[in-house]
Write a protein that binds this ligand. Structure first.
Ligand code: GUN
Ligand code: ZN
Length: 445
């Protein structure tokens, strides 16, 4: 519980998922309360139910906020993005490897400067909250300063955030390179300073196999073994040029995934961005060790990386998260991200219905990052991170709404046409941290 966690009750249409609609069936996957009340005490959900029943016993000292007719859902979770890429989004004309060297590495080189990284952290958190995202798993840069900025701002706002300093010791400009020893020492220092403080968690963050020597991957494996409960985040099998480069650099490895396996980096709470061009062996190896694949549709389309195979992951028993991948990705909105995810899957002949999409953005992503015991549901004991959604925020949506008959349809249209204009308010630990109408926004600095 965050010490500054809020106490209040919110009346709204309440929607929360507790099981996967694709494996357990839509009816068994969620609870929807047309006139619901969520009671929050000290930043944690105390009760959820029909407003008529709960209002009768509600402590009159608890402030009551009426968000009807809007939808209250768990805050969205974005399991893969890059804090230092807010000024890279929309860089023209390249695929992954050229995009990294031409735009991204030069930009990330600026982040040793605290003024640069503080400004990025402030912008990023505010923008995530404007989009209804209350938790993200973020890469910072190789500069420890960038992680300091990220964690300080998340802590100031009382957000549940996961992040880490990138480790990379080859194939990039000198200003971005650490060494096996420095990567290990700086990560250890940041873990001691930040992991478990407030609502923060540290993610061990080797950028990807091409930018680490074997000595660095070895050191990363030692760190991972010393901290078996920590998140690990990296990239895997995004682009054919990248995969060919890995085959050249690690001739002993039977495939890309085998490099990470060799150093003990494949496990529960290890998050592998992209996973587009995996073999069946690789999917099986990731699934067996309970790792997570993270689908980044706007990025995969923008960089022309390829089409994620969700059904192959499901068949292999491999968990899939869905993420923005700012700034290879082009939108901060998890609604837009789900819409583009639908289109990627459509190109593969696969489907993503409204309920399955909103499951992924909330409880599904919470499971993907192993925090499903505390976030991703609106249920007693869960942290009070919510997004309040107006499903008819624009003229086009109001026109469309006249012909909507079911919740499933309403959700699908919301994701297909939605963005931050649909986010009425965002709550973190029971405190309002964003308001569309500006009556109360971020706590001032
Ligand atoms: N692979 C290694 N680094 C990156 C990055 O910053 N973005 C993307 N999309 N892929 C990567
Ligand atoms: Zn990425």
């Amino acid at each position: 519980i965050h010490p500054a966690g809020g106490t209040l009750a919110i009346r709204a249409r309440v929607l929360s998922y507790h099981a996967h609609p694709l494996t357990e069936g839509v009816e068994a996957s969620h609870r929807y309360i047309e006139d619901g009340l969520v009671v929050v005490r000290g930043g944690v959900v105390e009760a959820v139910g029909e407003a008529a029943g709960l209002l009768a016993d509600l402590d009159p000292a608890i402030p009551l906020v009426d968000h009807r007719p809007h939808l209250l859902m768990p805050g969205f979770i974005d399991p893969h993005l890059h804090m230092p890429q807010t000024q890279v989004i929309g860089s023209y004309g390249t695929e992954l490897m050229e995009w990294l060297s031409k735009y991204t590495f030069p930009e990330e080189s600026r982040y040793g400067d605290p003024a640069v990284s503080d400004a990025a952290a402030r912008f990023l958190m505010a923008e995530l909250l404007r989009n209804g995202t209350t938790t993200a798993v973020a890469f910072c840069t190789s500069h420890p300063q960038s992680a300091e900025s990220f964690f300080s701002e998340a802590d100031r706002l009382g957000l549940r955030m996961v992040g880490g300093k990138v480790m990379m010791d080859r194939h990039a400009p000198d200003a971005l390179l650490d060494t096996p020893e420095r990567g290990y020492d700086e990560s250890t220092d940041l873990i001691r300073r930040w992991h478990g403080r407030g609502r923060l968690s540290y993610a061990i963050s080797p950028r990807f196999a091409p930018t680490s020597t074997e000595a660095q991957l070895e050191a990363t494996g030692v760190l991972a073994a010393e901290y078996p409960d920590l998140h690990i985040q990296t990239h895997l099998s995004e682009n054919h040029g990248e995969i060919a480069f890995v085959a050249e650099l690690f001739p002993w490895a039977e495939d890309y995934t085998a490099v990470y396996e060799r150093y003990g980096l494949v496990r529960r709470k290890a998050l592998f961005g992209h996973c587009i061009h995996l073999s069946e062996r690789e999917r099986g190896a990731l699934a067996e060790r309970e790792a997570t694949a993270v689908f980044c549709p706007t990025s995969n389309l923008f960089l022309g990386s390829g089409l994620y195979d969700r059904d192959a992951a499901l068949a292999a028993g491999l968990r899939t998260g869905i993420a923005t991948d700012i700034g290879g990705g082009t939108s901060y909105s998890m609604l837009t991200t789900a819409a583009e995810g639908y289109k990627v899957l459509a190109l593969r002949g696969q489907k993503l219905r409204g309920h399955a999409a909103f499951y992924m953005l909330t409880a599904g992503n919470a499971d993907a990052i192993g925090l499903n015991d505390r976030i991703g549901q609106v249920a007693p004991g869960f942290e009070a991170d919510f997004v309040i959604l107006d499903t008819a925020a624009t003229p086009a949506q109001r026109r469309r709404a006249e012909r909507i008959e079911t919740l499933e349809e309403e959700l699908f249209v919301l994701m297909t046409t939605g963005d931050e204009r649909n986010v009425v308010a965002t709550y973190a630990a029971g405190r309002k941290v964003h308001s569309r109408d500006g009556d109360r926004g971020l706590p001032g600095r």
